[in-house]
Design a protein around this ligand. Structure first.
Ligand code: UDP
Ligand code: MG
Length: 315
């Protein structure tokens, strides 16, 4: 019971929260080391996701001040998920278990003890699950709930109210490494790995300082990614829609022949205009959805690297 833990923390322009985060997490990890719960080679690994502020300078200073801190500097901003995978894949070479958490102290650090306990009880993946969404705005709460429902309907298996606060064993991370996809949606991939998993509940607090690095636009793109990376149901829905429209067209055919025979054939301007706009709209929408998937294939076939490490400090 003396395994090495790495805590991977992606940071993008987080100079406002880093001093407090590093202080609190150091206390926590040092405490665990002192109590011989984890190995003294355990580290806190900050991943600087191409920040434009002083984040990397701060991480470097931390690394110099104490060997408990390690740091990765990515060559440029690649987004939270890529920064996270960079941290996980690097950490797994040194650690027996890795915990991923956000830099803004929204994830309750004290839950780390329970994570490790579950790990020692044999879990390879431990999910941190929010016990409530009290700290969210009503808008975020309701959209999040709707989104989970949609994902479920689409057959995507994700853990409800779980973000990216989790522990993974080396074995699970080796499994994760085999998922080579460039369109990363980690909370969709991790359940696909398998192994024994468990759940630990925690109260999510508000961002300690600074602003969310996930504006609505990024969040929407992330949400769409989550669906299209794991489900082809949207394409099936288009097929179903096409089929229904085909049936309608058969009825219309019979109808127009009858009208022709009766002799009122030149009425019907409205129905023609409506059909043109409606079918045109549906076709464009369908093309868009299919295009979304083709875009994914395009990105995957190029299989460009998910991250490039510019600097790595680990003592
Ligand atoms: N983050 C990152 N790269 C980005 C955007 C965000 O590494 O391009 C990090 C950020 O520093 C934080 C975590 O991802 O540690 C979650 O971001 P944030 O707290 O802004 O998102 P929210 O909690 O509002 O969803
Ligand atoms: Mg946050």
């Amino acid at each position: 019971m003396n395994d090495i833990l790495y805590v991977a923390i992606p940071c993008y322009n987080e100079e406002e929260v880093l001093p407090e985060t590093s202080k609190r997490i150091k206390e926590k990890i040092q405490g665990l080391i002192d109590n011989k719960v984890i190995n003294k080679k355990s580290r806190v690994l900050f991943i600087d996701d191409g920040s434009k502020d002083k984040t990397w300078e701060m991480i470097k200073k931390l690394c110099e001040s104490d060997e408990i801190f390690s740091g990765i500097k990515l060559a440029h901003n690649r987004g939270h998920q890529n920064a996270l995978i960079a941290g996980l894949m690097t950490a797994k070479e040194y650690a027996d278990m890795v915990i991923s958490m956000d830099a803004d102290l929204q994830d309750d650090i004290n839950v780390v003890d329970k994570f490790i306990e579950e790990y020692y009880n044999g879990s390879d993946i431990v999910y941190g699950v929010r016990s409530s969404r009290k700290t969210d705005t009503a808008f975020k709460r309701s959209t999040a709930l709707a989104y989970y429902r949609i994902l479920q309907k689409m057959g995507v298996d994700i853990v409800y109210n779980h973000a990216d606060y989790r522990l993974m064993s080396k074995r699970a991370l080796n499994g994760l490494e085999q998922f080579k996809e460039v369109n990363l949606f980690l909370r969709g991939i991790v359940p696909l790995i398998g192994y024994k998993t468990s759940v630990v509940e925690y109260e999510r607090s508000e961002r300690f300082a600074g602003e969310s690095k996930y504006p609505l636009k990024k969040m929407l793109a992330f949400a769409i990614d989550g669906i299209t990376s794991f489900s082809v149901k949207p394409i099936r829905m288009i097929t179903a829609l096409g089929f229904i429209l085909f049936l309608v067209s058969l009825i219309m055919l019979v109808y127009s022949i009858i009208i022709k025979i009766i002799g009122h054939a030149d009425s019907g301007w409205t129905s023609v205009i409506c059909s043109i706009w409606m079918i045109g709209g549906i076709q464009l929408l369908s093309l868009g959805v299919i295009g979304e998937y083709i875009g994914k294939i395009y990105n995957e076939t190029k299989s460009r690297p998910r991250f490039i490490i510019e600097e790595f400090i680990n003592r």
